[in-house]
Design a protein around this ligand. Structure first.
Ligand SMILES: *Cc1c(COP(=O)(O)O)cnc(C)c1O
Length: 350
């Protein structure tokens, strides 16, 4: 006898983050702010006091309540996941029937399309224009033509850093019968969220994450916010104990201080502004072809020979950024010292 892999299993490509040890990591859009020693002490004590032998709260009520309080939504609309990545997977495998069509965009977060490979759903891709903007009417026309049952995109967008204003997103959600999954992973850095009105729509799920502005990428926690009907489905579909107790404990503590979190977001926005401003002379000098207006904690630049610049930053300066194709780099805003090191390296290379 011999076991034959399904084609979809055999052709899976593993997610491939940069491996190895580098001095400066500006490749994954993480926060560069970490807890001080006193906070670590408190977090450690909270974890040490956990009931290790018991299953955790299946609904992760403590972090969901803290999230709801911080963002001014009702806790009854919030579902927690093991990172928003898990929630994306649960949503696609639950709300799409066999063979149905999902619409996503390009450039956008690559994981959306990845999951349709596993769920065996059709994926239609809306190509953004040269300014990396979204034309809502074109998206709606494509969705209708292709009979899309689910639309998913990030706003502000990773990897473009570009935002779509709230009124346009409203028009998109209202203009389709499809389920719209609005990934607001970076909305802590912008002010065009639809969270406050999420329950007004029968077809909207908003995703948020603790991995970016909240500085908890290591902890793995994401949230889906939607009306009660959709929330009931999400809670039924997820695996029962998807958020472990260490995550619940650490996140509830971190989210208990919204003022601190908002100050962190402001600090991260300031470091992005500093980075953008310092890159501007390279645009003026023609070394960078384009610097996009960012609504996030990272910037996207176009330049000839991006691959070579990416490799040199890595090899010669121990600085990692993300390279897209041959002409684009995505650079996470770091601390003032990290930004300075990056700029000095870039100036030398270019
Ligand atoms: C980083 C990111 C996420 C967060 O994923 P987690 O699994 O919560 O860490 C989700 N969506 C986008 C677009 C992202 O860039």
């Amino acid at each position: 006898m011999s076991y034959v892999l399904t084609e979809k299993a055999a052709t899976l490509q593993p997610y491939d983050p940069v491996e190895g040890t580098y001095a400066i990591r500006l490749d994954a859009n993480e926060s560069w702010i970490t807890p001080d020693a006193a906070t670590r002490e408190k977090l450690g004590a909270a974890v040490a006091a956990m009931d290790f032998n018991r299953y955790p709260d299946p609904l992760a009520s403590a972090p969901c309540a803290a999230f709801a309080a911080m963002y001014g939504v009702r806790p009854a609309l919030v579902t927690a996941g093991n990172g928003s990545d898990e929630l994306i997977s649960v949503i696609l495998s639950t709300f799409l029937a066999k063979g149905e069509t999902m619409l996503t965009m390009a450039p956008d977060f690559s994981m959306y399309k990845f999951y349709t490979h596993i769920t065996e759903n059709r994926c239609v891709v809306y190509q953004k224009n040269d300014d990396l903007q979204i034309d809502v009417d074109e998206v709606l026309a494509l969705a209708s033509r292709e009979k899309a049952r689910l639309l998913i995109f990030s706003n502000p967008c990773n990897p473009t850093s570009v935002g779509l204003d709230r009124e346009s997103v409203r028009r998109l959600v209202s203009g389709t019968d499809a389920l719209v999954v609005l990934d607001e992973a970076y909305m802590d850095f912008w002010d065009q969220s639809l969270l406050a009105e999420v329950a007004d729509y029968d077809n909207l799920i908003i995703l948020r994450t603790a991995s970016k502005a909240l500085g908890l990428a290591a902890v793995r926690l994401g949230f889906a916010v939607a009306n009660p009907r959709l929330t009931a489905v999400l809670r039924a579909a997820k695996s029962p104990y998807n958020v472990n107790l260490a995550t619940q404990t650490l996140a509830a503590a971190a989210l208990a201080d919204p003022d601190y979190q908002r100050r962190c977001a402001q600090t991260l926005i300031a470091s992005r502004e500093q980075l953008s401003a310092a890159l501007q002379p390279l645009v003026t000098a023609g070394k960078l072809t384009r610097l996009y207006d960012s609504c996030t904690n990272f910037v996207l630049v176009d330049l000839p020979d991006a691959r070579r610049v990416f490799e040199r930053l890595k090899q010669d300066y121990s600085i990692v950024v993300r390279c897209f194709g041959e002409t684009r780099l995505r650079i996470t805003a770091g601390s003032p010292e990290q930004n300075a090191a990056l700029l000095s390296a870039l100036n030398e290379i270019l």
